[in-house]
Design a protein around this ligand. Structure first.
Ligand SMILES: Cc1cc2nc3c(=O)[nH]c(=O)nc-3n(C[C@H](O)[C@H](O)[C@H](O)COP(=O)(O)O)c2cc1C
Length: 160
């Protein structure tokens, strides 16, 4: 299962490429925060980074398999508010979670923030991957190549 949030379609393109390769079903998280524009949006996004509890997030899957992929943009150094909301509210204990972030400037700080969130949620953190984005959503073919390489590092544990 691939659960993603995307506001300007860059993460959506990455989630789509991951879907093309793996065939796993896609779940787009939806949030009212995407309705806000300009300064109001920036304000809400920063506020949500510190406190995602007040967000309204729709389309959260009811039950989760034992391994999932989360795809999100980075907002203010962390996964975007709606994804933070999902991580805090989904029951992730015993779920193995791989995380794909898109960011203007990938950084180690983003990885540290994901580790902290997963720890708090009691999830088993799998592999983290970051994709640098520019103004346009990245080319599908290039995304597929990068994500294919990343998936080589994702080791699926054998069932007990
Ligand atoms: C409110 C906001 C905050 C952001 N903060 C960061 C950041 O701290 N670090 C970074 O590298 N990129 C940051 N970005 C850039 C986005 O992570 C990047 O453009 C992302 O690929 C957008 O994904 P989307 O098109 O799926 O919404 C920010 C973007 C927004 C809108």
């Amino acid at each position: 299962m691939i659960i993603y949030f995307s506001r300007t379609d860059k993460t959506k393109a990455a989630a789509q490429a991951l879907h093309d390769i793996t065939g796993l079903p896609l779940y787009p998280l939806e949030s009212d925060i995407t309705d806000a524009k300009g300064f109001l949006f920036a304000f809400k996004a920063i506020k949500a980074a510190f406190d995602p509890k007040g967000l309204s997030v729709r389309n959260m899957p009811d039950t989760l398999p034992e391994e999932i992929y989360l795809c999100a943009p980075v907002w203010a150094g962390e996964p975007a508010g709606p994804m933070k909301y999902f991580i805090a509210n989904a029951k992730l204990e015993r779920v193995r979670v791989h995380v794909l972030l898109t960011a203007a400037t990938p950084s180690r700080q983003h990885i540290a923030s994901v580790k902290k969130l997963m720890d708090k949620a009691g999830a088993t953190l799998g592999e983290i991957f970051q994709i640098a984005t520019t103004k346009q959503p990245p080319e599908a073919e290039i995304l597929r190549e990068h994500i294919n390489d990343w998936l080589e590092t994702v080791v699926h544990p054998k069932p007990e």
